[in-house]
Design a protein around this ligand. Sequence first.
Ligand SMILES: Cc1ncc(COP(=O)(O)O)c(C=O)c1O
Length: 369
Amino acid sequence: MAAAPIDLRSDTVTHPTPAMRRAMADAEVGDDVFGDDPTVNALEARAAELTGKEAALFVTSGTMGNLVSEMAHVPRGGEIICGEGGHTILHEAANHAVVVGASMRTLPWGPDGRMDLDDIRAAFRDPTDVHDPITSLVIVENTHSDSMAQPLPPEYIRAVGDVARERGVPLHIDGARLFNAVVALDTTAREMLAGADSASFCLSKGLACPVGSLVVGERDFIWRARRARKMLGGGMRQAGILAAAGLVALSDGPDGMVARLAEDHANARRLAEALATLPGISGLDPTQVRTNFVLFWVGPPGATPTIAHSTAFLAALEAEGVLMIDFHDGRVRAVPHYGITAADIDRTIDATRRALSVAFAPDKELARV
Ligand SMILES: Cc1ncc(COP(=O)(O)O)c(C=O)c1O
């Protein structure tokens, strides 16, 4: 039987740990829509405690976490300020428009993943002008995917929160990979979110749980988010089976998955350092790899990289038993995660070298593009 591929497409491909599976099998459950599931209640209490917020809500996914947060913060006809290329604007099926009834005002970001504070200030609409939508929310993504998943520091979150609140508007953090940022910057989730009004974070990415995300914030906000979750059909019943895995992931003991994220960051950095030396790979500065994303362009040396080059490379790499994925702007993405070992990284480096020479061999049509 062929060996399983080394799957670096995303940290979402992780499988639950043995400790999670045991906890899921043994989980005490109840009807969570009635508020009766002790394991969900414990997970929500743990998330609130870890993030220093009043309350938390267990939801199915990061997308639902962001959506119920937007529904809880933003009225119809409201506008959300966020970074261009952000997940909430590009990859959530326009739910801000379809479900929330809001527009998005997008801003550029720098190589460190930050939107400029003056740009944010200037993006607020005039609430006295009848023509304008009503600026109702600012969203910051942390880690910031497009900038090679840069971890944005708590001081920046505080500064954006101050700008937003000067205008009476809350700040939400799309923290799908919040704990990657926390670990990379050696801080705490509480400190990281001190300047934010709400946040969502995923359990089913680097933390390796099978399902789920958490939304955190003030009690009233969480009540509105809970109602929004119900409206979307996201009220789950014996959800403790799923929440049990989250409690393991967020635990402090040896089965906890937060501190382990540092291994993924080290693997990502080592992979990037090797790939950056290969002819045919461009746009990869290994010092920019501070969490778990490695993003780069591929193409024949000297040619301008295109999406067709990425497609050819990914096919050649798959034939070598390694999976990566095309990022939305044409770059290739590799994401080390739980289950990926240092030996897998070595095999990936060798496979990449071979795939580049196959995809961009001098006799190949693409090599001349
Ligand atoms: C930055 C960011 N936000 C939100 C999400 C949505 O998470 P989910 O896939 O659980 O809906 C993702 C998913 O990859 C993400 O990368």
